[in-house]
Ligand binder design. Structure first.
Ligand SMILES: Nc1ncnc2c1ncn2[C@@H]1O[C@H](COP(=O)(O)OP(=O)(O)O)[C@@H](O)[C@H]1O
Ligand SMILES: CC(=O)OP(=O)(O)O
Ligand SMILES: [Mg+2]
Length: 369
């Protein structure tokens, strides 16, 4: 992978989206997308790929980063300064798979291109006005003053980009956007406002993921501490790195491996994942009293038709009917519902980098110019 800016330009922007298992980079020059690439792997590999990019590219004017956890942020973007760096570090323990790599990218960017202006986009800003009844856990208040315990929600840029794509097709009122990649989450939208989302205080809550558990009974944690003598580090490893598809299958957290595995536990892991997705879709439908459109985005949701079909099949009786024929499409924006479905169903590819670029353009016109 090698990039080269095409020499002099009035304005060049590098957009970086570090996920738990992938790094997406886009290079924009004078409003045109010049280059786009995604690499997958462990975080040290993603960092090496970023360093290779910086080494081979001429300096950009702006670098934009997605940051998963910064607590309460209402507006994107935020200009990187010492206070913002401290905020990302402060929330790092609650996004152990994400904030560290975002900090490393910011530091590498600054070291290589000291004159570039860097900005961050909170993955939670979309959820800053969640309804209060959806935001709060049934717990007493003021349990952790430095890190208020409530639902922050994540994948905001991914869900926002999917929602925009769907709106461009038709003005839907009740929408569920589904993001399935390294992390997985679902968001309910009514008339452009988010009503609820499955991730919570951290990106480990909600549905199961590649290596994250999703929501579990809190007494499991107490039990593991009391009777099995787990330490904090062991619990972190268990719930963030060893659970989800990996924990259930004992084979891999990567859906592609599970699909071709002969192990019964691999099929079981897929069945549990699909079941939990159905449950989550059903609960968000209940929140809105139905759903007019469902969108599937993210590397996993966009590329695995059988999973899309499996998680929707149990709710066909609620009017959500997939067309097996249309559903075979991969990776592109397209409708996959059948003629008799009362809900439209789409593959709505996640475009987090485009979302950041477009929000930055608006910000720049309003604030920087
Ligand atoms: N063909 C595929 N089948 C299943 N999963 C895939 C496929 N391609 C990519 N993925 C998964 O999707 C992820 C990339 O999608 P993305 O939505 O960017 O998620 P993330 O940012 O969490 O890595 C990869 O890390 C991998 O886990
Ligand atoms: C928030 C989150 O889980 O992000 P990703 O899917 O990119 O790991
Ligand atoms: Mg990603």
């Amino acid at each position: 992978m090698q990039y080269q800016n095409s020499g002099k330009s009035d304005e060049s922007i590098l957009v970086c989206n570090a996920g738990s298992g992938s790094l997406e980079m886009q290079l924009w020059e004078d409003g045109q997308l010049k280059d786009s690439t995604t690499t997958e792997g462990e975080q040290h590999k993603l960092l090496d790929d970023f360093t290779a990019f910086l080494t081979h590219s001429t300096p950009c004017d702006y670098i934009l980063h997605r940051v998963v956890h910064m607590g309460d942020v209402e507006q994107n973007p935020l200009r990187v300064n010492d206070e913002i760096l401290a905020l990302i570090k402060h929330w790092q323990p609650l996004a152990p798979l994400h904030n560290g790599i975002a900090l490393a990218l910011i530091e590498k960017g600054k070291a290589r291109w000291p004159d570039a202006q860097q900005f961050v986009f909170s993955d939670s800003a979309l959820y800053s006005d969640l309804p209060e009844h959806a935001r709060h856990y049934p717990l007493p208040g003021k349990l952790s003053s430095g890190w208020p315990i409530k639902k922050y929600g994540f994948h905001g840029l991914a869900h926002q980009s999917q929602w925009r794509l769907l709106q461009e097709q038709k003005q839907y009122s009740r929408v569920i956007t589904i993001q399935l990649g390294g992390g997985s989450s679902l968001t309910a939208w009514q008339d452009g406002k988010v009503l609820d989302t499955t991730m919570g205080f951290t990106p480990t809550d909600g549905v199961p993921m590649t290596t994250r558990s999703g929501g579990v009974d809190p007494n499991i944690v107490l039990h593991l501490i009391e009777r099995e003598h787990y330490s904090v580090a062991q619990l972190n490893k268990l719930f963030n790195h060893e659970a989800g598809l990996l924990g259930l299958s004992g084979v891999s957290g990567d859906y592609r491996d599970l699909k071709i595995s002969e192990e019964p536990a691999a099929k079981f892991a897929i069945a549990v994942f699909s079941y939990r997705l159905t449950q989550a879709i059903g609960s968000l439908m209940a929140v809105m009293g139905g759903v007019d459109a469902i969108g599937f985005g993210g590397g996993l949701a966009e590329n695995q038709p059988a999973l899309r079909e499996a998680c929707l099949q149990p709710i066909a009786g609620l009017g959500v009917v997939v067309s097996s024929e249309n559903n075979d499409a991969e990776n592109e924006l397209c409708a996959i519902h059948s003629e008799n479905s009362s809900t439209d169903i789409w593959i709505s590819p996640n475009q987090e980098c485009n979302e950041m670029h477009s929000q930055f353009k608006t910000y720049k016109e309003k604030v920087l110019l």
